[in-house]
Write a protein that binds this ligand. Structure first.
Ligand SMILES: NC(=O)c1ccc[n+]([C@@H]2O[C@H](COP(=O)([O-])OP(=O)(O)OC[C@H]3O[C@@H](n4cnc5c(N)ncnc54)[C@H](O)[C@@H]3O)[C@@H](O)[C@H]2O)c1
Length: 241
């Protein structure tokens, strides 16, 4: 498959499960993935804290100098902290908002000058928690709900540009990997917690980062040329009922 041939795609959170899978899928489809994370790893080209404006300026300048173009951005960096509105302190709330929402905003803002040169695509990784609430997800819900509507604003701005920049949000439920493991492990009985996570999904399993990456490739490719401002649940039917 060569659906991203010649395209340069910048990925945040690329030391993590989804970011790694996205970078691999971009390369498999003929594109060049330029990867970043706040945490160094073999799959990370640039150290970038998504909450730091200076990091975005520095790294986007490096991408421009090295590649001279940018066709796609996947904002995959994110953190989850469990807690109800009563349990969550303000510093925690602000930290989750800073990484998940400010980080996505800064990505859209600082990648836009390069993306709009030739037209491009932004994919924001949100969550089912940006579509429906959870009693113990006050900060995460607020951040991912924010990403959902930020995406639509960016899409409407990008649609006015010539050539246009498209922007869509992707909303996974629990995926196999460290984030779901951490949530299960923080429960009194991790085995039961994991079983409950699976049982809640109509398709009776967790999703995989590879499945999310496949959706991202579709959204990054010209096949989705008429798709912008849209939200894509990838959740085994969790939010369908
Ligand atoms: N894994 C799931 O079950 C799941 C479900 C729904 C949505 N999501 C979302 O998918 C995205 C990717 O999650 P994942 O499963 O790959 O988690 P992960 O923990 O494996 O990866 C997240 C990555 O983000 C990086 N990161 C954290 N703070 C950062 C910062 N300030 N700057 C730059 N990078 C930072 C981490 O170092 C990590 O490598 C997140 O936005 C998450 O909210 C994940």
């Amino acid at each position: 498959m060569d659906r991203l041939a010649g395209k340069v795609v910048f990925v945040t959170g690329a030391s993590g499960a989804v970011g790694t899978a996205v970078a691999q899928a971009v390369a498999r489809d003929g594109g060049t993935a330029v990867t970043s994370d706040v945490r160094a790893s073999p799959s990370c080209d640039h150290l970038l804290d998504v909450t730091a404006e200076d990091d975005w300026r520095r790294v986007m300048a490096a991408v421009s100098a090295r590649h001279g173009r940018l066709d796609g951005l996947v904002n995959a960096a994110g953190i989850v902290v469990l807690g109800s509105v009563e349990d969550t302190d303000l510093a925690t709330f602000r930290r989750v908002l800073a990484v998940n929402l400010d980080g996505t905003f800064l990505g859209c803002k600082y990648a836009m000058p390069l993306l709009k040169k030739r037209g491009g695509v932004i994919v924001n990784i949100a969550s089912v928690s940006g579509l429906v609430g959870g009693h113990n997800l006050a900060a995460y819900n607020a951040s991912k709900g924010g990403v959902r509507l930020l995406t639509k604003s960016v899409a409407l701005h990008g649609a006015r540009l010539v050539p246009p920049v498209r922007c869509n949000s992707v909303h996974p439920s629990f995926l196999e990997g460290p984030m779901a493991d951490a949530i299960a492990d923080s429960a009194p009985d991790p085995h039961k917690a994991r079983a409950r996570m699976q049982a809640a999904v109509p398709l009776r399993r967790l999703g995989t980062p590879t499945e999310v990456a496949a959706l991202c490739v579709f959204l990054l490719s010209d096949e989705s040329g008429f798709v912008t401002g849209a939200e894509f649940a990838i959740d085994g039917g969790l939010t369908a009922g």
